[in-house]
Structures are given as structure tokens and as C-alpha cells.
Design a protein around this ligand. Structure first.
Ligand SMILES: Cc1cc2nc3c(=O)[nH]c(=O)nc-3n(C[C@H](O)[C@H](O)[C@H](O)COP(=O)(O)OP(=O)(O)OC[C@H]3O[C@@H](n4cnc5c(N)ncnc54)[C@H](O)[C@@H]3O)c2cc1C
Length: 562
């Protein structure tokens, strides 16, 4: 049975929770952080509209164009690395804007959980294409565009978009028929008003030259291109049957053009040369700079102080980071799942079990996890739980408890620039903490924490490349053969260092927190002897990620932030 709630109850409860959140935040106003303006990897100047839970469907449902939407998680390294390529794609697709709108939705934002769940966005970046006036239903959630290379994307988009019958003011991809002539074609468009020229193009079987010409001439709204799949049809317009490309003007004059080659480029050149000669201009292309958008980001005094403390103090585990990791797991990553059932239900049960055993949260947080764990365990092995129902459970329990999550900020995982560190850093911190804490206990078999992390990565982690690499490491480094609590700590340490090595120096690196092999010589001299001394590393990790080394620095107190 699916545990789900009616949408209006869900909405009412969400509003209620929101109200409580706002009230609590207001009550603590001297210490409350200022309203967060979400930074974005994209902007409308890139020809990318930024949509969210409230705007995506309104946009899709009312749109007479196709829509190309990238779903991202801003914390996912691949999404950040892909941003430059996607911008170039969006700039190019500006030329197609009469037929296609480009948008982005950030699934890492809590307010977008529902929309990302409804569209079953499991890993990012996900590229989806939607037809005009799209309506979502159980079968229809758009079409995935798998290849991420620009050329392959243009081809996929063109293939898809050319199948669609658009309204008369938009291009028509259907070949003309034997009964067509000047009159029928003129009647089919707003001839001599918006459309001044009809271009006829012969598309031999097995080629896409006619279709591609339609896309290439979208910057000329005065031109309607029609395809002929039979060269003889040129005679319907008083042209020789040997013509390949022709143009009919507003006076009804049909003129065969002579492109220098049978390529799209040559056909485009031939048509544009004619149009320019008679004084027309194409619509301008998007003027852009190849530099990525620089989101305004300046550290305030408090953030600068936190960075200085984190960088120059003794290594600590900050409660604020562990809270943020669990907060985002419970409010974003897990509720985005459509249904927990079978393997992913076991992964959820196991994750909550491990969090319950080694819970770093306050008393309310402990109760919250206990109740959630009891709830998911009450569902029998063959049962199902919807993501919506899980979300409601979290919110219902939280409403009845004193505030669980004190801070909405990272401390040890603070970043010195936009889109850096944050959630993934807090996850690593939580995972290391769990391996170290579990080594003191006999409640779980050794290896169980790693298996839990594996389950999380496989079923719930929205960062596509992280998951792919983690799964690869799990197999190569034989994660499921770890049978000893200390080896479990060291397995995760080595795996994390492998990730550090792979992405060191790339665009996701925060210059203030370079991705070094951990622990550095400065943090633990004995660990380097001259290669890793695993015994010393183990001791170091056990001391750093120990519960006794938890710091509340950066969490709010009655006086503000610590
Ligand atoms: C499971 C997982 C897999 C990931 N895979 C990828 C990937 O394939 N590609 C990608 O681009 N990003 C990946 N990420 C994200 C990436 O590893 C970083 O989290 C992100 O780039 C932020 O880096 P950071 O500088 O905050 O430090 P992080 O690497 O997040 O580390 C957080 C903190 O942990 C400590 N630390 C660092 N190394 C170790 C270690 N070896 N042992 C113990 N403690 C350590 C340091 O104090 C550091 O500040 C992954 C994240 C996770 C949780």
C-alpha cells in the first residue's frame, strides 16, 4: 500500500510548517541570517530561464514552443562543470527561440523537491525536452536527451522538434503535397504580412537538408521554408524539375537559387545572400562573452570569521555541518524519491537505523530520527512508501518537536565562493563521523556503515558523477568485503582521498580549501612516514571524527551565533 496524503492536506500542512518556520525565524530575528538570495549558475542573459516549483508547469503548460529544461543540483560537480557547455548550447539555441525555450530547475533547493519528484529527477544534470502545451501525467514526464555534447544535442532536438505540428505562424516541417502550389502555400501562412518569402527546398530521401535549413533560417521570421520530398513538385511553381532550392517573393515571382554545394551551409548562404541583397536583415544573435557569469558573492564579517577559525583552529567536526547534512537528507534528497519500495526501502531503513544509533543531533533531532526510523520499520518488507508520505512524516514530527535544526549554515564546510563545498562536504563529514562512532559500538556488524553509504549513493544521491565514481570505487576497492571496524574507517578515508586526487585543481575546488591528500603533513606529521602510516592515520581520524571533538561553533545561541 502507498502511504500518501491528499494534495490539499499536503499543501495545508506545508503552509503550516512554513508559517511555523517563519514565526520561529522571526522570533529569533536578532540572530536570524538575512534572507538568502539563491545564487544561480545561469541567468536569463544566457537565454536560460530560471524556473522552480511554482513556475515550471505554468511555463510548460502555456507554452506554444518546445521547452528544453536542464534539471541540476547546484552542489553536483558535474552540473557546475557542465554549466559552461550548457551556456554555449543555450546561446546557440537563442537562434531557435521561436520554437524552443531553454530553462533550468535546481533540484537542490528545498522548494523544488516536489517538482523534481514529480518529474522523477534522480541524477543531475538531467536534460528533458517537452512539446508545446505539455501536460504531465503518469506516463508523460518529458523526453530525456541523453548525450550532453552540443552537436548531438542539436541533432536530438531537431529530430524531435521536426515531428511536431506547430501553429500556422510557426515553421511547418511537413513536406508539401502534390496538390500544393503558390496559392495553397500562401494561404497556409500570413503571406505578405509577416511572411515575405517562401523558400522551397528539396530534401532527398535519407538527408536532413530541408529540416536543417528550417532551423538555420529561424532567425529570418519573414521566411517560411517548405520541404519537397519529390523534385518534380518544383514544376507546381513554374520551376524546372532540376531545381533544389527556390524562393517565391511577395509578388509571386519564383526564383531558383544556385547554392555552391548541396550542404546546409551552402543553402543557408544562398538564401541569406539573396535576402541581404534585397535589403533584409536577420534577427540578431545573442551577444555573449565566453566568461562564466560571476555571481555577486562577498563574504560578510561573520563568514570571514568562520573561515579563519576553520582554517587556523584545531581540526574539528562542526555540529552545524552534521545538522546541514541530515537536514538536507531529510528535506531534499530523500523526499525527492517517488516511491520507496524493495531495495531502496531497505536503503532508507538502514540509513535511518545508522543515524539513530550514532545521532549527532540535539534531543529533538534524536526523537525525530527515532520516530522516522520506527515509522519506516513499521512498513513490512513488501510494502511501499511514497516520497510525499515520507516528507509529510518528517514535517509532522518536526512540527511537534522543539526546533531540530538550529542553523542553515555550514561551518567546517563553509565556502569562500558560490557553488563550492557545502552539502557534499557535510556528507563526507557525516560519513566519516559515522564510521568512527560505529567503531566504538557493537550494535552494527563491521562494514554496515559502508553498506549504508553505498545504499545512499545508489538510491538517493542526486550527484550523477559522484554516484558513478563511488560505485566504481565500491567495486574496485571491494567495499562489501570490509569486515573490520577500523578497516571501515580507513576504507572511507582512502576512497575520499581518491576523489580528492581526481578532482584536485578543477573548477569545483575552493581556493581556500584546496583538495589535498588528507591529513596533510601539517595536520598529522606522523601519518606521513614517508608514505602513509595507516596506524597513525587511523588514530588521527578517530580523534578528529570523535564525538568528543564535536564543536557547536557557528550554531545560534540566545545571543546570536557562537
Ligand atoms: C560519496 C561522495 C562522492 C563524491 N564523488 C565526487 C566525484 O566523483 N566528483 C566530484 O566532482 N565530486 C564528488 N564529490 C564531492 C566532492 O568530494 C567534495 O565534497 C566537494 O568537491 C566539496 O569539497 P570540499 O573542499 O568541501 O572537501 P570534501 O572533499 O568535501 O571534504 C570535506 C572535509 O573532509 C575532510 N577530508 C578531506 N579528505 C578526507 C579524507 N580522505 N578522509 C577524511 N576526511 C577528509 C576535510 O576536512 C574536508 O574539508 C563526492 C562527494 C561524496 C559525498
Amino acid at each position: 500500500m502507498i502511504h500518501s496524503l491528499r494534495p490539499h492536506i499536503v499543501l495545508a500542512l506545508l503552509l503550516c510548517v512554513l508559517c511555523i518556520d517563519i514565526c520561529v525565524a522571526d522570533a529569533a530575528s536578532p540572530a536570524a541570517p538575512a534572507a538568502v538570495i539563491e545564487p544561480s549558475l545561469y541567468s536569463p542573459e544566457d537565454n536560460v530561464q530560471i524556473l522552480n516549483n511554482d513556475t515550471l508547469e505554468e511555463h510548460l503548460y502555456n507554452s506554444s514552443t518546445c521547452n528544453f529544461v536542464q534539471f541540476i543540483n547546484y552542489f553536483c560537480g558535474d552540473c557546475r562543470r557542465y554549466a559552461h557547455t550548457f551556456k554555449q548550447i543555450a546561446w546557440r539555441l537563442y537562434d531557435w527561440r521561436r520554437l524552443l525555450t531553454v530553462s533550468v530547475v535546481d533540484c537542490a533547493q528545498e522548494r523544488n523537491v516536489q517538482i523534481c519528484r514529480d518529474y522523477n529527477i534522480r541524477q543531475t544534470p538531467t536534460l528533458r525536452l517537452f512539446p508545446p502545451h505539455f501536460q504531465r501525467n503518469e506516463q508523460q514526464i518529458g523526453f530525456d536527451v541523453d548525450p550532453h555534447e552540443p552537436a548531438a544535442i542539436y541533432t536530438k532536438l531537431a529530430e524531435y522538434m521536426a515531428q511536431i505540428k506547430y501553429t500556422p505562424e510557426l515553421p511547418n516541417f511537413e513536406p508539401i503535397t502534390a496538390t500544393d502550389n503558390q496559392l495553397t502555400l500562401q494561404k497556409s501562412v500570413d503571406y505578405c504580412n509577416t511572411i515575405s518569402y517562401i523558400v522551397l527546398v528539396y530534401q532527398p530521401v535519407g538527408t536532413t537538408i530541408g529540416r536543417d535549413l528550417i532551423f538555420e533560417l529561424l532567425r529570418w521570421p519573414i521566411v517560411a521554408v517548405r520541404q519537397l520530398d519529390d523534385q518534380l513538385l518544383f514544376t507546381n511553381f513554374g520551376l524546372e524539375p532540376s531545381a533544389k532550392l527556390a524562393l517565391i517573393d511577395c509578388g509571386g515571382n519564383a526564383l531558383a537559387l544556385q547554392p555552391v554545394a548541396d550542404t546546409t551551409e551552402a543553402y543557408v548562404a544562398s538564401v541569406t545572400k539573396y535576402l541581404q541583397t534585397v535589403g533584409h536583415m536577420a534577427e540578431p544573435q545573442l551577444v555573449t562573452t565566453p566568461a562564466p557569469n560571476v555571481t555577486k558573492f562577498s563574504l560578510d564579517g561573520e563568514q570571514a570569521a568562520i573561515i579563519s577559525t576553520v582554517l587556523h583552529g584545531q581540526p574539528k567536526v562542526y555540529r552545524a555541518d552534521l545538522e546541514q547534512a541530515i537536514d538536507k537528507l531529510l528535506h531534499i534528497e530523500l523526499p525527492k524519491v517517488q516511491v520507496f519500495k524493495g531495495e531502496n526501502m531497505l536503503a532508507l531503513q538502514q540509513l535511518l537505523k545508522v543515524l539513530r544509533l550514532f545521532n549527532p543531533l540535539n534531543a529533538s533531532g534524536k526523537q525525530l530520527i527515532n520516530r522516522l526510523s520506527d515509522f519506516v520499520n513499521s512498513i513490512d518488507a513488501s510494502g511501499e512508501l511514497s516520497g510525499v508520505a515520507f516528507q509529510m512524516q518528517v514535517e509532522n514530527h518536526e512540527r511537534k518537536l522543539p526546533k531540530v535544526f538550529k542553523s542553515k549554515r555550514y561551518v567546517g564546510c563553509i565556502a569562500s565562493g558560490p557553488f563550492l563545498r557545502g552539502f557534499t562536504c557535510s556528507l563526507w563529514t557525516l560519513f566519516h563521523y559515522l564510521t568512527v562512532e560505529s567503531a566504538k559500538s557493537t550494535d552494527l556488524p563491521p562494514g554496515a556503515v559502508l553498506a549504508t553509504i553505498h545504499g545512499f549513493a545508489k538510491h538517493f544521491f542526486g550527484c550523477g558523477d559522484c554516484v558513478q565514481h563511488f560505485m566504481g570505487m565500491a567495486e574496485r576497492r571491494k567495499l562489501f568485503e570490509v569486515k573490520n571496524a577500523d578497516e571501515q574507517i580507513l576504507w572511507l578515508w582512502e576512497a575520499h582521498n581518491e576523489v580528492n586526487e581526481r578532482i584536485a585543481g578543477d573548477s569545483t575546488e575552493d581556493p581556500k580549501f584546496p583538495k589535498l591528500q588528507y591529513p596533510s603533513q601539517e595536520l598529522c606529521e606522523k601519518c606521513h612516514n614517508p608514505t602513509w602510516n595507516r596506524k597513525e592515520v587511523l588514530e588521527f581520524l578517530k580523534s578528529v571524527y570523535d564525538k568528543k571533538n564535536l564543536s557547536s561553533y557557528g550554531l545560534p545561541t540566545p545571543m546570536g551565533y557562537d
